[in-house]
Design a protein around this ligand. Structure first.
Ligand SMILES: Cc1ncc(COP(=O)(O)O)c(C=O)c1O
Length: 399
C-alpha cells in the first residue's frame, strides 16, 4: 500500500515537473541565494564562521537592534502571547492593531490605515481590493512583484508605461476611453533602482485622466519626508494620493505592512479585500516593534540624519570608482554591472573582503542591467564604510 501511494505521487505530473526541473537544481547549487547567517549584531552578520558587513539589508535606519524596539517586542509577547491566531474579521483583532493603525494613519497624514502580516499582502491588497474587471490599471513597468500580483488578482486590464515617465503615462492614459475607470500604480522609491518617483507630474496626469492612484512606499517610508513620513510628504502631495501602502520590514525594523487612505476606502478594503479578510492578523511582537520604531522615528532624528550622511559618502565612493549606480538617489543603491558572470565574480570578490551583497539578474531586472543590489543603513559605522570602500576597490580591480 505504502509503495503504491509513493508511486502514485512520483508519477504526479505537477510533482514531477518540480522534481525534474533542471533550473531549480542549478539555481540552488550555484546561485548566491538562501544564505543562512549564523548570527547577527546590527550591521554585522556571521556567515560560514566569518564576520561580514551586511550591505544588503533594508533596515535603513538600523532600528532592528534598537533597545526600545527590542524591549517593546519582548513586552508585547509577554502581554499578548505569540500570535493572534486568526483573521482580524473573526477572532484576531486586538487593541494593539488599532493603536498601530491609528498611529500610522496620523503619521502618514491619512484618515485610516489597515495593517497586514506581510508587506507583500498589504501592497497586493492595496491594488486588488480597489480594481475590478473592466477597469484599466496603468502600471509603471518597474513596479514590485506584489503589485503585479495585485493587478493580476484584480482581473482588471493592465497597460504598462515606461519607468517613471510622466510623458508615457500621458500617452497611455490619453489612448483610453474617457469613461473607463482607471487606476495608476507606482512606487514612491523604486526598490531595485533607488529612483524617487516623479510624483507631482505623475499625479497631475493621473488627476487629469481621473485615475485612482495607489503608491507603494515600502522604500520611501522612514527615508524621505518630515521625520520619514515618506515620498508623498517629501513632495507635499499626501492629500492627492488615494492609497499609500508599504512594508514594515524596512525602516520600521519589523515585518508586516500597511494600507492607508480615506476611511471609506479602508473600510471597503476591510469588508471586500479577500486577502485582508482571510489571512491571520499581525503578531503582537511585529506590531510592537513597528510601533516602537515609529516612535523612535519621531523622537530621535539622528537616525535619518546618519542614514543620509552614510548614503552621500557611499554614493561618492562608488562613483569615484567609476561604478554605475543607475542614478540612485536613495539608500537603495544598485551597482549595475551588465552581465551575469561579472555580477557573480564581483559579488564573490566583495564577499572575500567581508562584505555581503545580493545579486539581481534578468528577468528580475531588465536585460543588460544585471546588478549587485546594496542598501546603506544608518547603522553602518565610519569604519565599516572604510572597509566597504576598500572591498569595492578590490572588486573593481579584480572584475
Ligand atoms: C516595493 C516593495 N513593496 C512591497 C514589498 C513587500 O514587503 P515585505 O517583504 O515586507 O512583504 C517589498 C519587499 O521587498 C518591496 O520592495
Amino acid at each position: 500500500m505504502a509503495f503504491s501511494l509513493f508511486s502514485a505521487k512520483a508519477c504526479n505530473p505537477l510533482a514531477a515537473r518540480c522534481r525534474d526541473d533542471s533550473s531549480t537544481k542549478l539555481r540552488l547549487r550555484y546561485a548566491p541565494y538562501y544564505h543562512e547567517m549564523e548570527s547577527q549584531q546590527g550591521t554585522t552578520v556571521r556567515l560560514q564562521g566569518r564576520e561580514m558587513i551586511m550591505l544588503a539589508s533594508n533596515d535603513y535606519l538600523g532600528l532592528s537592534f534598537h533597545p526600545k524596539v527590542i524591549e517593546a517586542s519582548r513586552a508585547a509577547t509577554l502581554k499578548w502571547g505569540t500570535s493572534p491566531t486568526g483573521a482580524r474579521v473573526s477572532n484576531g483583532s486586538r487593541a494593539y492593531h488599532v493603536e498601530l493603525e491609528e498611529k500610522l494613519a496620523a503619521f502618514l497624514g491619512k484618515e485610516a490605515c489597515h495593517v497586514h502580516a506581510a508587506g507583500y499582502l498589504s501592497c497586493l491588497s492595496g491594488v486588488a481590493a480597489f480594481a475590478q474587471k473592466g477597469d484599466v490599471i496603468l502600471a509603471d513597468k518597474n513596479i514590485h512583484s506584489c503589485l503585479w500580483d495585485g493587478i493580476r488578482l484584480s482581473t482588471a486590464t493592465v497597460e504598462r508605461f515606461s519607468h517613471n515617465s510622466p510623458d508615457d503615462l500621458r500617452a497611455v492614459a490619453s489612448s483610453l476611453p474617457a469613461n473607463t475607470p482607471k487606476m495608476m500604480v507606482i512606487e514612491g522609491v523604486y526598490s531595485m533602482e533607488g529612483h524617487i518617483a516623479h510624483l507631482p507630474a505623475l499625479l497631475s496626469i493621473a488627476n487629469e485622466y481621473e485615475c485612482f492612484n495607489v503608491l507603494d512606499d515600502a522604500h520611501g517610508f522612514g527615508v524621505l519626508g518630515r521625520q520619514g513620513r515618506g515620498t508623498c510628504d517629501h513632495f507635499g502631495v499626501t492629500e492627492k494620493v488615494d492609497i499609500i501602502c508599504g512594508s514594515m520590514s524596512k525602516s520600521l525594523a519589523s515585518t508586516g505592512g500597511f494600507v492607508a487612505g480615506d476611511r471609506a476606502l479602508i473600510e471597503y478594503l476591510r469588508t471586500h479585500g479577500k486577502h485582508t479578510l482571510f489571512s491571520a492578523a499581525l503578531s503582537p511582537s511585529q506590531a510592537a516593534a513597528a510601533m516602537a520604531a515609529l516612535d523612535v522615528l519621531q523622537t530621535e532624528p539622528e537616525h535619518i540624519e546618519r542614514l543620509w550622511k552614510n548614503q552621500n559618502r557611499y554614493l561618492a565612493m562608488l562613483r569615484a570608482l567609476g561604478l554605475d549606480t543607475w542614478a540612485s538617489e536613495t539608500p537603495a543603491v544598485p551597482v549595475v554591472l551588465g552581465d551575469k558572470l561579472r555580477c557573480y565574480n564581483f559579488w564573490q570578490a566583495l564577499r572575500d573582503k567581508g562584505v555581503f551583497t545580493v545579486i539581481s539578474i534578468a528577468p528580475a531586472v531588465p536585460p543588460g542591467k544585471d546588478l549587485i543590489r546594496t542598501a546603506i543603513s544608518a547603522g553602518h559605522t565610519d569604519e565599516q564604510l572604510d572597509r566597504i570602500g576598500e572591498a569595492f576597490a578590490y572588486a573593481v580591480n579584480r572584475c
